[in-house]
Ligand binder design. Structure first.
Ligand code: ATP
Length: 201
């Protein structure tokens, strides 16, 4: 029989592609928050306005490969299946309805935390979930352990060694014909090669 889910994490991202820091952040969240389950949500294609994302099926497949080593992690495709823009509140409410007894944690890096009050419905999100935040810019970043978040938010800082990996940096290296190297999990690197993704233009 499955154990009841009492502590449930939600970790969303474009994951274009997923990389080492995403996996490390997920591992830190599961361990430090003692999560029974961490749901990973690759965003729908409509979500990112500033550039065209790699098709959702590829990002979904790469996320499944990247997070496969974490038994508590489960890649969830519901944000990709939604047709309109996807909003975190909607997903959180669905999780709350599915797991009414569970305490909810929203996992993110500090860059997302700093943008949080720009999110649609952030007050309602902050009521439903504790924000679990990992630093991304080193000790010099503003806001200390609060990451510039409003006082009504419940915040749980996550300890994560600073990692300067970013999907942007990986895309730039691959598009220049360079090897992305260690930041790319091996399974993801194989998938990218097999599907001719991020090719030099
Ligand atoms: P891009 O470079 O395309 O913006 P990204 O590397 O920031 O991508 P996302 O998919 O946008 O990756 O991020 C998903 C989540 O992972 C976000 O909450 C982000 O803050 C967090 N994250 C990504 N990279 C790191 C990192 N190096 N350290 C800590 N958190 C990270």
């Amino acid at each position: 029989m499955n154990q009841p889910v009492r502590r449930l994490g939600m970790f969303g991202g474009a994951f274009d592609p997923p990389h080492r820091a995403h996996v490390a952040l997920a591992q830190a969240a599961v361990g430090q928050l003692q999560l029974d389950q961490l749901r990973i949500f690759p965003t729908g294609n409509a979500w990112h306005k500033s550039r065209a994302l790699t098709p959702a099926e590829h990002r979904l497949a790469m996320a499944r490969l990247a997070f496969a080593a974490i038994p508590e992690a489960e890649v969830d495709d519901r944000e990709i299946r939604r047709t309109g823009p996807t909003y975190t509140l909607e997903t959180l409410r669905e999780l709350h309805a599915e797991f009414p007894q569970a305490e909810l944690f929203l996992v993110m890096g500090a860059d997302q935390a700093r943008a949080f009050t720009g999110w649609r419905d952030w007050q309602a999100i902050a009521q439903l979930a504790t924000l679990a935040v990992a630093g991304r810019d080193g000790p010099a970043e503003g806001g200390g352990q609060h990451f510039g978040l409003p006082s009504e938010a419940r915040i749980q800082p996550l300890q994560l060694p600073l990692m300067d990996d970013s999907a942007t940096g990986i895309r730039v290296r691959l598009a220049a014909g360079q090897d992305a190297g260690a930041p790319l999990p091996a399974g993801v690197a194989g998938y990218i090669a097999a599907h001719y993704l991020y090719l030099p233009t």
